[in-house]
Write a protein that binds this ligand. Structure first.
Ligand code: MRU
Length: 368
């Protein structure tokens, strides 16, 4: 993705110093584009927990680099294994819903344990972190390729009218290493000359839609309109949405989908209005161990402050303002689960499948 015309990824190794990992400090967007240096596994864990880096794919890549930094640190300790184990636990505990996090940590532990000698272990961790990041970006690109025909078919029916796509949260370039998941077909359609218009759910309480997706659309020059979270149903009733595409943080082997809180309500409204509801994901987001999303996917609960306060630009300064009675109680469930029956299909890097075990496993036979 380009930022002010310059090619960027959401995470990278600093040129000239491969012990420094650089990420975009996302809470400052869209007002400030700042690169943040991460020098230790603990700093990476904090960056994930505080959502300086966020989005399932990017969290996975960040955890990969976090494990690499932990390996450097562990190689200076007396007990390499126990240091690494603690680092893995610390990273996994930061955000419980996105499965990419534990997937990346497990992949790192396997690669590091296989290598012999400290220098080789550090090298294995570095190579694996880079591979996770590269694969995530490539998954985004392929999701775009596979999703494009869906948008093309709608565009053909609309005779030059823009395809209206509703998306929730930020499943864009900022949520993966590149391209995004839900936005990848959008970028591919833009490149194919398909006229588009994106309905961007603001996505309270962290406003990933109105801050991040809107900024991405600006950067890409794609027409969009931000809507308050409760608007989607009304738009769908009035034929103003052709398709919903969201990302996801965890998908069961049966096709239940966890995503940012509010996704389920959009899927219900889409079903009621016969609007296709697609979910885009890299396969690192499948949790192959579970079948029942509502019972088995852990839903992260975050600080009530995120609900009670808004954070934005005031007089040129990033400012936090209280919205509620100071002593008000607030609940902050960060994700919900959309049952597979409400999902039209899943768009993955290997192609499109139905949200059921048989169809998913046809695409990923190694998980049978
Ligand atoms: O809490 P966040 O901002 O990390 O939540 C992100 C989402 O819910 C995205 O939609 C999800 O990660 C899918 S895109 C990779």
């Amino acid at each position: 993705m380009k930022v002010n015309g310059k090619q960027f990824r959401t995470i990278r190794v600093q040129k000239g110093d491969d012990k420094v990992i650089q990420v975009i400090n996302q809470p400052l967007l869209p007002h400030k584009f700042e690169i943040m240096d991460i020098l230790s596994c603990r700093e990476m864990a904090k960056a994930i927990e505080n959502m300086n880096v966020r989005g399932a794919g990017l969290i996975g890549a960040a955890a990969g680099y976090g494990m690499y930094l932990a390996t450097i640190e562990a190689s200076r300790q007396r007990d390499f294994d126990s240091h690494l184990e603690k680092a893995a636990e610390m990273l996994v505990a930061t955000r419980p819903t996105a499965t990419n996090l534990s997937w990346a940590v497990k992949r790192q532990l396997k690669a590091i344990n296989k290598a012999e000698g400290l220098a080789d272990k550090v090298k294995a961790a570095f190579d694996t972190a880079n591979a996770i990041a590269d694969e995530d970006a490539e998954c985004g690109r392929k999701i775009g390729e596979h999703g494009l025909p869906i948008l093309k078919e709608i565009a053909d029916r609309k005779n030059g009218e823009p395809v209206n796509i509703l998306t929730h949260c930020n499943a864009g370039w900022l949520a993966l290493v590149d391209y995004g998941s839900a936005t990848a077909p959008i970028y591919a359609a833009q490149e194919a000359g398909i006229p588009l218009h994106i309905w961007v759910d603001e996505t309270r309480p962290r406003n990933q839609g109105s801050r991040l997706t809107a900024w991405e659309m600006e950067q890409a020059g794609i027409p969009y309109t931000i809507i308050a979270d409760n608007t989607g149903g009304h738009l769908m009733q009035h034929n103003m949405v052709d398709i919903c595409i969201t990302g996801t943080d965890r998908v069961t082997r049966t096709g239940d989908v966890a995503n940012k809180i509010g996704t389920y309500l959009k899927a219900l409204a889409a079903k009621d209005n016969k609007i296709p509801f697609y979910v885009a994901l890299p396969s690192s987001t499948f949790d192959w161990e579970i079948r029942d999303g509502i019972k088995e996917i852990p839903v992260e609960q975050r600080s009530d402050e995120e609900v009670k306060y808004a954070f934005g630009l005031y007089n040129g300064q990033m400012t936090k303002v209280l919205l509620t009675p100071p002593e008000a109680k607030a609940a902050n469930y960060a994700f919900d689960v959309t049952p597979s029956r409400l999902v039209t299909a899943l768009i993955t890097e290997r192609g499109i499948c139905q949200p059921n075990e048989e169809s998913i496993l046809n695409l990923f036979p190694e998980q049978r």
